[in-house]
Design a protein around this ligand. Structure first.
Ligand code: HDE
Length: 698
């Protein structure tokens, strides 16, 4: 374990290494027998005096704590944030003060809707919460992978969450928005329309936590040493690009490996493929916020990157898995109100409500106000104050002075020097007490249309299919029609296409598109698609495979940073054509194509002849094709592709053939084949294949 990270060093005394220790009770009494209860005679009954038995059962009975009311399912990692550009001009935050400065972090990624045990790959928003252990105390950036939110005002949050969670009578469906109560609520909440476009897009079906963006969503303030403030929006950009699963693949993964995102994060860190994100900010100087057609305080709006560029100033690297899921991932407590000097809140009404909610919920989830003393939540900065007592208090405050001002304790801890401490930015506040929002908050559709206009053709198709699936599952025709009518405010064309799939009438008088603008930064088509780093490649092989081909393929993949796994028909070692044996990594009995980014069928006539006889091998190839992933056939491997009726296979050509991510080559053309194949893997998906894929029975 790397211990150079100061947070790791702080956690060290709390870690227990069981090696060389003796079993004991919680009181430290050594216990020689932990398997048999103390009884009156061999056949019992048990004796109440058995304190070891009682202690074990009592502790077990109370092991479960409430799960988070939202974002219950998540996974986390330790790492560091490195400032890459000094930002003193905009903020006095010390973690951004000089290039090269490192700050330890703990990041928790999460699903929003499902329970703690729900599947990772459902259509949902993902949480992206970062705790920076800075020298000025903990700073939490509690964001999501979608830059806007469903509602403009936090007071609506309980309604939103009630509507999207399983329905109250039968508690179904789990971890899904595809049901009546959610769409009933949304169809009555026009302000949610922009967020809904993102939720129906590929952004909500992430391939990996390592391949999604993060956004602060709410608007905050940066404040520099001279007291000048800037409205700020925060961005995390994954260096591997923003990538998504195919919808059918996501659903199948929910059964094949419900821990898909959790496992991906864990394994990537164990393999040294450290998840890395660039950190950037969009800044609008205070006083200039009125020149935009959106209100900077409205969390249902983005600041288009073409209008307000993202300025990069840091890098996040996650390089250590937690030691204990409960102690760290479950007990970590974030709050958007955990701020450090240089970062302040704005008047965004969604943010204001969040400031109250997080600590409030943590008090009941973690059993009282002392959760800040739990090791993962402890700041690295020293803590001195007049908080006392309450459940589970760890600190032993000495002396008598538990109040301020005091003379008995020399007036200490004393208030910080304002130049060093946190001082709220002096925002002038005037106005009449009123329940209302600013006029620009009323524009609910132009940015929803901006998003739609910015999508590539295949992204648009995915959005339409997502609407068909989600609204199609709504049993009430009235709700379905109301949704179609609402979508009509974004784009008449989209509403008509949705109506077709859900048995509704297109809006009678289609409105013109709510905006004609587009923002290229919103399309995943424009993301990073030139690296096969950390991708998982399945290599199908059976007895008679070409060992040399395997070695060459592995080497080429390794050089590109990709990982290969040999998939054989069963767990038995397979024998190569030259007699060498190989233990497979996984088998057709245990694994599925959806657990890989690409599939390659190895050369070897006997091997391929054996695979052609197996339905699961044909299905594997078909499914890889249907999910638009790179598919390769080397030498005789092409025969399996042809047996699976893969439409793009070019059998007649000479040399390496590459068509829509299907790569074939004659025996021995390893280098050219792997160059083309890895390029196809790097492209992530070949969505152009979706129409032909409709013909493939996978
Ligand atoms: Fe949260 N949110 N939220 N949220 N949120 C919680 O706090 C809340 C919102 C986000 O990994 C809860 O400790 C309100 C936006 C993340 O532990 C709770 C509102 C964004 C996480 C809460 C919002 C988020 C939470 C539940 C509306 C993106 C998981 C457990 C105004 C910027 C953090 C907890 C982790 C968790 C309240 C909206 C992100 C109930 C009232 C917008 C990533 O306090």
């Amino acid at each position: 374990m790397p211990k150079s990270n100061p947070k790791d060093q702080q956690l060290e005394p709390f870690r227990e290494d069981p090696r060389g220790t003796t079993l004991s009770t919680d009181q430290g009494v050594p216990i020689p027998d932990t398997d048999t209860t103390l009884k009156a005679g061999e056949r019992g009954p048990d004796l109440l005096e058995d304190f070891h038995f009682r202690e074990r059962i009592t502790h077990f009975d109370h092991e479960v704590i409430p799960e988070r009311v939202v974002h219950a399912r998540g996974s986390a990692a330790h790492g560091y944030f490195e400032c890459t550009r000094a930002m003193g001009e905009f903020t006095k935050a010390r973690f951004l003060a000089e290039a090269g400065k490192r700050t330890p972090v703990f990041v928790r990624f999460s699903q929003v809707v499902g329970n703690k045990g729900s599947a990772d790959t459902v259509r949902d928003v993902r949480g992206f919460a970062t705790k920076f252990y800075t020298e000025d105390g903990n700073y939490d950036l509690v964001g999501n992978n979608i830059p806007v939110f469903f509602i403009q005002d936090a007071i609506k949050f309980p309604d939103l969450v009630h509507a999207i969670k399983p329905e109250q009578d039968h508690h179904m469906p789990q971890a899904s928005s595809a049901h009546d109560t959610f769409w009933d609520f949304i169809s009555l909440m026009p302000e949610s329309m922009h967020m809904i476009m993102w939720l129906m897009s590929d952004r909500a079906v992430v391939r990996s936590y390592r391949m999604m963006e993060g956004f602060g969503v709410n608007t905050y303030r940066f404040v520099n040493a001279a007291g000048k403030a800037f409205f700020v929006k925060f961005h995390w950009k994954p260096v591997l690009g923003v990538h998504s699963l195919a919808w059918d693949e996501a659903q199948k993964l929910g059964g094949r490996d419900a821990d898909w995102l959790r496992r991906d994060l864990w394994e990537a860190i164990e393999l040294g493929d450290f998840p890395t994100f660039d950190f950037g900010v969009q800044l609008i100087p205070e006083g200039e916020e009125d020149r935009f057609d959106f209100d900077v305080l409205d969390a249902t709006k983005i600041w288009p990157e073409e209008e307000v560029p993202v300025q990069f100033c840091g890098r996040l690297v996650l390089d250590r898995n937690p030691d204990n899921f409960f102690a760290e991932t479950e007990q970590v407590a974030f709050c958007p109100g955990n701020l450090v000097p240089g970062v302040d809140v704005s008047e965004d009404p969604l943010l204001q409500g969040r400031l109250f909610s997080y600590i409030d919920t943590q008090i009941s989830r973690l059993g009282g106000p002392n959760f800040t003393e739990i090791p993962i939540n402890r700041p690295l900065a020293p803590v001195h104050n007049y908080h006392r007592d309450a459940m589970h208090r760890q600190t032993i405050n000495t002396g008598k002075a538990n109040y301020f001002p005091n003379s008995i304790g020399d007036g200490q801890p004393a208030p910080a020097d304002p130049a060093r401490g946190f001082v709220s930015h002096p925002v002038p506040v005037t106005g009449t007490k009123i329940r209302a929002r600013g006029p620009k908050f009323a524009d609910h559709f132009s940015q929803a249309a901006l998003f739609w206009n910015s999508m590539s053709e295949h992204e648009k198709k995915h959005i339409i299919r997502a609407f068909h699936f989600e609204i199609g599952k709504v049993t009430s025709p009235i709700i379905r029609q109301r949704m179609v009518d609402l979508i009509g405010n974004v784009s008449g064309e989209l509403a008509a296409l949705v109506a077709e799939g859900v048995n509704c009438t297109p809006p009678l008088e289609p409105k013109p598109a709510a905006s004609k603008k587009a923002s290229p930064a919103l399309s995943q088509e424009n993301t990073v698609r030139d690296t096969a780093f950390s991708r998982r490649i399945a290599v199908l092989a059976a007895d008679g495979f070409d060992y040399e081909a395997l070695e060459r393929i592995r080497l080429a993949a390794q050089e590109a940073g990709a990982h290969t796994k040999v998939v054989a028909p069963t767990g038995r070692a397979i024998v190569a054509a030259d007699g060498r044996e190989l233990a497979p990594d996984v088998t057709l009995l245990t694994a599925s194509s959806v657990q890989f980014d690409a599939t390659l069928v190895l050369d070897g006539e006997e091997s391929v002849a054996a695979l052609v006889q197996r339905g699961p091998a044909l299905h594997w190839v078909n499914e890889t094709y249907a999910h638009c992933k790179a598919l390769g056939g080397l030498g005789a491997g092409v025969v399996l592709l042809s047996a699976a009726d893969i439409p793009e296979v070019e059998f007649e050509g000479e040399g390496v053939q590459c068509c829509l991510g299907v790569v074939t080559a004659p025996p021995g053309a390893f280098d050219e084949f792997m160059a083309a194949f890895l390029e196809a893997v790097a492209a992530h998906r070949h969505w152009e294949r979706e129409e032909p894929a409709m013909r493939v029975p996978a």
